[in-house]
Design a protein around this ligand. Structure first.
Ligand code: ADP
Ligand code: ZN
Length: 757
């Protein structure tokens, strides 16, 4: 059969179709599937991916391929297969999906210039320890003060560009500070890849009986088989992964992929893989420049490194003959990509593994309900590590009902006693526990999942709360640098001295944030060494790792932070975990609110008592009866699952139905609403016409956050118990829905959404 030297090509354009090109005589035939080709498209030369030979359409003269770029296809066949699945399942154009699998440098027709090797770094030259000095120095220079505060918070130096973005200031502000001798700007070599320089950590020598059983079951699995490794926090899942990798890689030519939620937060885990496999590991982290990323990609493609470790997109590592794919902390929402193609790396991992004939290990102490249900249906084999490794115990958890604490305080307060700002934030129980850790030289983690200083400010007279002019969300009060900040679009405004609505003075700060906790802890325990970890302290490339390494070296007594401190940390000297407010995420209008809260509380509790000294957890809450809180307190995953699965039946939510969120956004409020209602009506008519009974349309309605970055947002949900029907409908909506697609209006289909806000 001759295909007549014609190929099907996917181009990175937002269209649900592929293109046919003729392969002229000068170009070698056949062209391999997955090879990149240069083709003419709309008067330009574009780079595309060959999908295989095609029948030339009759009566059309095709344009010729200009060149085949790859000798060896950039995308091995199982990756092309995975791309087709992602494009199909998530209703994404195939060309955009394939592009997302390649390093940026390989998706441009013209090779980009090599990445700059140096960067400008701002150093603090003058310390101003007293508040008075600072106020004098910056009396008429608010922005300089902000830069100063940021530099100080980041240890005295920061890259110029990052600093400007954070302080939201022009280069002129920093130039002025250079003239005053406050800072210096130096040209410095870019930080070398710290992962390449970190010492690996040798894994424990002998797996326990439970670990050995899990390892043996996995290795006995059939190609493509999925295992759900449910191991409690501290049960030693990492060693199971490592031994499975060791056995799989013993077969010549086999390779492996390890996915972790976020490299910066899981440096300890990565160090263990490097300790076991050394230079065989390519760590694909977000700190890599385009050039470095390309180097890592080539090393994997050429087989010089056999293990790819990284976040979500490491699933697309160009390895051949992958023998095992590991998805650590498989419940993490960060495995879902938030823009086209909106794939879930765990689901795509299963598809790729099947195409490779590889084993899949999904590991977690708090598996997602999707994976749990998958095991119930017999599509994954459940393995359990029920105990902590090396004889450690799960820590006891004490719950403190903060409603009672506030009442007791009011009842016992002396009539004219000064107001203590820590009351209502810390219970006496938690304070006493922290105190005793400081005395013993042990470490404490304090979790509060809200950054900034106060969630919002509110006028005491009229109740007005300043909101972002671009988003429907209140502005968060930040103290360093002082500003009201929108957490959705980063818009900043000065903190008003008077209420914008009624003119009353001194609006009140409401709702606790990490900056405030830091301040209160510092006031209460002046000698303690405190580190804060949240988005605001970790904007530098290696900030996370630096903070965690300090904790590991014992240079920090109290580490406080947002959910960042709940993930994967393994510090034996942490004997106390305090949850300042367990309720921050419970009341969000999202069907996963309880699941997320349960996971967060269980995971952070799991950081305590990992060493011989044991540990304890104290959880402050105003909702001790919520099932997410109750079951986390008793380390009862099964109890939580039973109750939560019950709640997901009526109204039906995943894992019982396939869900898609159809979101319409636009600059005009009325037009956006009309477009979304029109889309829902159009689909409703189609459903009636075709008799699609197993498809439910909920809505349309404004999104819970109905405006972000100046765009109004409306949505409706689609639910079906038939995934295949959902695939068809999602694609149909994405491709055909009569919403005018221009700068004004946008329609997005988000299948299997992790957030409905
Ligand atoms: P998980 O990821 O399941 O929470 P880790 O893999 O971080 O747990 O392991 C928890 C701790 O137990 C680590 O410090 C690890 O080195 C240790 N550990 C794991 N397995 C063993 C073992 N078989 N013998 C001794 N220590 C172990
Ligand atoms: Zn905003």
């Amino acid at each position: 059969m001759s295909a007549g030297r014609c190929i099907e090509v996917a181009l990175a354009v937002p269209l649900f179709r592929t293109f046919s090109y003729r392969v002229p005589d000068g170009v070698a035939w056949p062209v391999a599937v997955g090879a990149r080709v240069l083709v003419p498209f709309r008067n330009r030369t574009e780079i595309g991916v060959c999908l295989g030979a095609a029948e030339p359409p009759a009566g059309v003269s095709l344009k010729p391929v200009r060149a085949v770029v790859d000798d060896v296809p950039s995308l091995p066949a199982p990756l092309v297969h995975t791309a087709r699945w992602i494009a199909d399942w998530y209703a994404a154009p195939l060309g955009l999906t394939l592009r997302a699998m390649l390093p940026t440098a390989l998706t441009q027709p013209n090779t980009p210039s090599p990445a700059a090797k140096t960067q400008r770094v701002v150093h603090l030259m003058q310390e101003l320890p007293s508040l008075l000095q600072r106020e004098q120095t910056f009396a008429r220079a608010k922005q300089q003060r902000a830069v100063y505060d940021l530099l100080e918070a980041q240890g005295g130096m920061a890259p110029l560009e990052a600093l400007r973005v954070q302080a939201n200031c022009s280069a002129g502000v920093i130039t002025a500070m250079v003239k005053r001798g406050l800072v210096e700007v130096r040209n410095e070599a870019r930080a070398r890849d710290p992962f390449a320089e970190r010492a690996g950590v040798a894994p424990p020598p002998h797996p326990s009986v439970a670990q050995r059983e899990a390892i043996a079951s996995i290795l006995a699995g059939d190609p493509g088989q999925v295992f759900l490794l449910h191991g409690i926090t501290g049960s030693g899942k990492t060693l199971v992964y490592i031994e499975v990798l060791r056995a799989v890689l013993a077969e010549p030519g086999r390779t492996a992929i390890v996915l972790v939620p976020e490299i910066a937060l899981t440096s300890q885990t990565v160090d263990r893989f490097r300790g076991a496999f050394g230079d065989d590991v390519a760590v694909l982290h977000s700190g890599l420049s385009d050039g470095e990323r390309l180097d890592a990609w080539h090393a994997l493609r050429r087989g010089e490194r056999r293990i790819a470790v990284g976040a979500r997109s490491a699933l697309f590592a160009p390895l051949e003959r992958v023998g095992v794919v590991i998805v650590d902390e498989e419940h993490e929402g960060s495995y879902k990509q938030s823009e086209t193609p909106r794939y879930h790396a765990r689901e795509a991992a299963i598809v790729r593994a099947r195409a490779e004939g590889a084993l899949v290990v999904l590991g977690s102490a708090t598996p997602s309900l999707e994976s749990w249900e998958r095991a119930d249906r017999g599509q994954a084999v459940r393995l359990t590590l029920p105990d902590r490794a090396a004889g450690a115990q799960l820590p006891p958890v004490t719950v403190v009902d903060m409603r009672a604490v506030s009442q007791q305080h009011l009842a016992h307060r002396a009539p004219h006693a000064p107001h203590d700002p820590a009351v209502g934030v810390f219970s006496p129980t938690l304070l006493a526990a922290v105190e005793s850790r400081l005395t013993l030289g042990e470490q404490t983690l304090l979790l509060l999942n809200r950054r900034g200083y106060a969630a919002f400010i509110q006028c005491q007279a009229c109740g007005d709360v300043p909101v972002c002019p671009h988003c429907s969300i209140s502005l968060t009060y930040h103290r360093v640098p002082e500003a009201l900040v929108c957490h959705y679009c980063q818009h900043q405004v000065e903190v008003p001295a008077v209420c914008g609505r009624c003119g009353a003075e001194s609006p009140r700060k409401r709702g606790l944030g990490t900056q405030q906790v830091e301040r209160l802890v510092a006031e209460r325990f002046p000698d303690a060494r405190i580190a804060r970890m949240d988005v605001d302290t970790t904007s530098g490339k290696w900030a996370h790792t630096q903070i965690l390494d300090r904790v590991g070296r014992g240079e920090v007594d109290i580490l406080l932070g947002t959910q960042m401190i709940a993930k994967g940390l393994d510090f034996p000297n942490v004997t106390l975990v305090g949850v300042v407010d367990a309720d921050t995420g419970l009341n969000l209008p999202d069907f996963r609110a309880s699941e997320r809260t349960f996971q967060l509380l269980s995971q952070v509790a799991g950081r305590a008592g990992r060493g011989a000294k044991g540990g304890e957890v104290i959880v402050q809450t105003r909702m001790p009866e919520a099932h997410a809180v109750r079951h986390a307190l008793s380390h009862d995953f099964l109890g939580f699952v039973r109750e939560e699965l019950g709640a997901r039946r009526l109204p039906a939510y995943p894992p019982f139905v396939s869900l898609a969120n159809v979101l319409v956004s636009g600059v005009d409020q009325v037009a956006t609403a009309a477009a979304c209602m029109g889309a829902a009506e159009w689909l409703g008519e189609l459903m009636t016409r075709q008799g699609l009974r197993d498809l439910v349309l909920v809505g349309p309605a404004p999104c819970p956050i109905d405006r972000i970055k100046d765009r109004w947002r409306w949505h409706f949900l689609l639910k079906s118990s038939q995934p295949k029907l959902m695939t068809r409908v999602a694609r149909y909506v994405a491709e055909r829905c009569p919403v005018p697609r221009d700068a004004e209006l946008r329609l997005v289909v988000d299948r299997d959404p992790v957030s409905l806000l």
